[in-house]
Write a protein that binds this ligand. Structure first.
Ligand code: ATP
Length: 363
């Protein structure tokens, strides 16, 4: 089956005065895809979204929507639905009037308008609030209405700019699941801007990781998590233990490394080949380290002292001082380490396959 490309960015560049904030952005968004732009504050996520929406024009490159070049085309001619971080509902209009606004502009007849407003309110699971005013709704409900308002025009593309970031943690998770359900149900091509890696990982078909206006990597959540293209991607996507060192042995695909602090680490196959003597950065994720009370057999095992244990509900985050390093270890609740006292002697162990090694110069 041939892929239908809904949005295409070809070498997009944007600058404000002389400051280039988006550079050489290339992306093809397939029909029905859920794409996230993920990156720290100021990396160019919103600027890129605003170019796709038509609020800003690129200073270089081409933007295509459904195969049509869109540079210079105003937002209202792009048939897009958009939801912003802050609630952008009109305060003097009821929920139904807010939702119907876009339909009125499009001169949709009254009967159809009422039907579509009703349908979209059911879709966001708020069928009984049509006559309320925005101030009579909770923050989460308001964002659902904003989403309903964006969807009612049956947009070819849905653009979401951090729509969950003003909500408290629990609501945020609820609405995140809701967004996922909605996308599965209606399949509208969606671009979602966030600086929250969990949101991006859980919602997206593919993630675009941005850093200082550059695309660092485009990939599925699993690719981004397991095969990061750069140190930036790996460290931005979740907590990790970082150690600097050198390759002291290469045997087939296996590597032996020594950290600056003198710890020996064995690593499995890496994306990029590494040579004997090469300076490297070594990463092990906290959830990949096993904490035990007694020494077992096998490699990558170090003895240490538990320094800190922070109980976080479904898991406990531990800090272990070992071999010149302080390792962060994530322990599941089923493990009794949650009860260990600081100062306890422990053993840390991890698989060579869970060790990520990158050339130091890339960092
Ligand atoms: P955040 O998560 O904080 O919204 P972001 O990744 O969306 O960040 P942008 O809002 O796209 O980042 O901003 C990218 C860069 O462009 C920032 O350095 C910002 O200061 C700058 N910038 C954005 N809009 C303008 C503007 N209108 N004039 C000048 N500089 C701007």
């Amino acid at each position: 089956m041939t892929k239908v490309i809904d949005v295409e960015l070809r070498g997009i560049m944007k600058k404000f005065q002389n400051n280039v904030v988006v550079q050489d952005f290339n992306l093809q968004v397939e029909q029905g895809e859920f794409i996230s732009f993920l990156g720290p504050s100021g990396c160019g996520k919103t600027t890129t979204l605003n170019m796709i929406a038509g609020f800003l024009d690129p200073d270089g490159g081409d933007l295509l929507i459904k195969g049509q070049r869109m540079n210079g085309v105003p937002p209202y001619k792009r048939e897009l639905g958009m939801v912003f971080q802050t609630y952008s509902l009109f305060p003097h209009m009821t929920v139904a009037e807010n939702i119907a606004y876009g339909l009125k502009l499009r001169k949709i007849g009254k009967a159809e308008m009422q039907e579509r407003v009703k349908r979209v309110l059911e879709l966001v699971k708020l069928p009984n609030v049509a006559d309320r005013y925005p101030k009579q709704l909770s923050g989460g409900q308001r964002q659902r209405i904003a989403i309903a308002r964006a969807l009612v025009i049956e947009p070819s593309l849905l653009l979401l700019d951090e729509p969950l970031s003003n909500l408290d943690a629990k609501l945020r998770e609820e609405l995140r699941d809701e967004l996922k359900r909605l996308h599965q149900e209606i399949g509208v091509t969606t671009i979602f801007v966030t600086h929250d890696q969990e949101e991006a990982l859980s919602l997206s078909d593919r993630i675009v990781v941005l850093n200082h206006g550059f695309v660092e990597q485009i990939g599925t959540p699993l690719e981004i998590y397991n095969q990061p293209a750069s140190e930036f991607v790996h460290t931005f996507i979740g907590k990790t233990n970082r150690m600097e060192g050198e390759v002291i042995g290469v045997e087939g695909e296996r590597l032996t490394l020594r950290t600056k602090e003198g710890m020996t680490i064995h690593a499995g196959k890496q994306e990029r080949p590494l040579a004997h003597g090469q300076k490297v950065v070594v990463f092990v994720r906290p959830e990949k380290i096993l904490l035990t009370d007694t020494a077992g057999s096998g490699i990558n095992q170090v003895e240490g002292q538990l320094q800190l244990a922070s109980f976080l509900g479904s898991y406990t985050e531990c800090e272990v001082r070992t071999g010149g390093h302080t390792l962060s270890v994530k322990v599941q609740m089923s493990d009794r380490s949650a009860e260990r006292e600081p100062g306890t002697q422990v053993f840390c162990q991890w698989n060579p396959e869970d060790v990520l090694v990158m050339p130091a110069e890339r960092g």
